[in-house]
Design a protein around this ligand. Structure first.
Ligand SMILES: Cc1cc2nc3c(=O)[nH]c(=O)nc-3n(C[C@H](O)[C@H](O)[C@H](O)COP(=O)(O)OP(=O)(O)OC[C@H]3O[C@@H](n4cnc5c(N)ncnc54)[C@H](O)[C@@H]3O)c2cc1C
Length: 383
């Protein structure tokens, strides 16, 4: 019998393998990954500099260790080039084929790159996996000033982390406030002020056009004519689900690889989860959704079909200078934001519908108990 094949060894691929092994210790299992197969928690990448953590120290196991833990074959540094859903097989870039009984796509997402001009556009870095982090850490070893493009969750977290590690930071975004997809304006502006008070140079409404080399460093040119002289540039513009493999194989693809609540794609015996997947219209590139998906999918793979449920899943933004928890309302939800300033300097924003139901919140500062209370009042994302 052909093995269950999981493509991707990130949190999604590894967690589904681990959960499957809880239910089924024996069915042959192969994990394929184009990286080195190390097991690590990706969220640690954006708060590791402050603790001067090396990439190696962030990995809890290498590929051999993962294989032993999972009673699986881990094929590291192997890239899947195509899927033949009719023949139930994947082909690697070298042409070799591997048959599967069931196939799990846990392919992650690609960082979006903004088109930049200048002779140093290729010096712009991004951090989306452990190898990127190793390169970034080495590149900024002697840097005293780092410029970040994009004030989303990842850009803000790196800004705080770089600051704590003793560097000057400029954080650029064309939008008028950071975390624009996650928080309303009032929270975004307050959050920006807190990061600025901690020392981050917030450049909102600003966008980079070119990156040039100058003596021993880089010069970022801005659309408004301004310049920033800096030692390194990190891009954190956003992520796009990796759908190309699935699309080429004829699977239904929208923003992500389209799956139902059983995590089934449109092809028989092919499943998807994590950052590459769109689960009943939800593309949620965070840890909690993929953990829930992995638990459900493991049951299905083990022969007990199970549907994924998403409870309310607030995201904690790891910026100690401005502690923030966000649970944005669903796109298009009817209602409005209300604000409450706490005597402890916290700002609580709640999104409430006409009946008074809480549909989302953003909590800047504030006690963990408040966060828990708000979370309990939220509806499930997928009940
Ligand atoms: C810096 C950073 C900080 C974050 N912080 C948080 C946080 O605080 N909280 C939170 O909830 N979320 C956070 N996230 C998001 C969270 O980390 C991701 O949602 C999650 O790690 C995605 O896991 P994944 O397994 O889907 O994808 P990935 O970890 O990207 O794994 C994809 C895997 O697919 C493999 N692969 C891809 N294509 C192929 C191919 N063709 N052949 C073989 N292998 C292939 C890759 O090698 C890799 O192993 C953060 C993300 C980043 C980048």
């Amino acid at each position: 019998m052909a093995p269950i094949v999981i493509v991707g060894s990130g949190l999604a691929g590894h967690t589904v393998a681990r959960e499957l092994r809880r239910l089924d210790a024996e069915t042959p299992l192969v994990v394929v990954t184009r990286d080195d197969g190390a097991v690590y928690s990706k969220p640690m990448l954006s708060n590791a500099l402050a603790g001067n953590r090396s990439a190696a120290s962030l990995a809890s196991a290498d590929a051999a260790g993962a294989a032993a833990q999972l009673n699986a074959t881990v094929l590291a540094h192997r890239e899947v080039a195509s899927i033949d859903t009719g023949a139930h097989a994947v082909a690697f870039t070298d042409g070799e084929r591997l048959e599967y009984s069931q196939l799990v796509l846990a392919l992650g997402a690609d960082p979006i790159r903004v088109p930049l001009g200048g002779d140093a556009a290729d010096a712009v870095m991004q951090v989306n996996d452990l190898a990127d982090y190793a390169r970034f850490r080495e590149a900024i070893e002697h840097a005293t000033h780092v410029t970040i493009l994009g004030a989303g969750l990842i850009g803000c977290e790196f800004a705080n982390d770089l600051l704590t590690s003793g560097r000057k930071v400029d954080l650029l975004d064309p939008a008028p406030w950071p975390l624009g997809r996650l928080v309303p304006e009032r929270v975004g502006r307050d959050y920006a002020n807190r990061l600025a008070a901690a020392g981050v140079a917030m450049r909102l409404g600003a966008s980079a056009t070119t990156i040039e080399r100058r003596d021993g460093g880089l010069r970022v040119r801005l659309a408004d004519g301004g310049t920033i002289d800096t030692d390194a540039v990190l891009s954190a513009i956003g992520l796009r689900p990796r759908t190309q493999l699935a699309q080429a194989a004829g699977l239904a693809v929208n923003r992500g690889i389209v799956v139902d609540r059983n995590l089934r794609t449109s092809a028989p015996d092919v499943y998807a989860l994590g950052d590459c997947a769109e689960v009943e219209g939800h593309v949620l590139p965070f840890v909690m959704p993929l953990m829930n998906a992995a638990r459900a999918l493991a049951k299905t793979l083990a022969g007990e079909p199970a549907e994924v449920r998403y409870p309310a899943m607030p995201v904690v933004v790891k910026t100690p200078a401005a502690p923030l928890t966000v649970a944005p309302p669903a796109a298009g939800a009817g209602g409005g934001w209300r604000y409450d300033e706490g005597t402890d300097g916290s700002l609580e924003a709640t999104f409430v519908d006409a009946q008074g139901n809480l549909l989302g919140f953003a909590l800047l500062g504030g006690a963990p108990a408040t966060r828990q209370l708000l979370t309990r009042r939220l509806p499930a994302v997928l009940g």
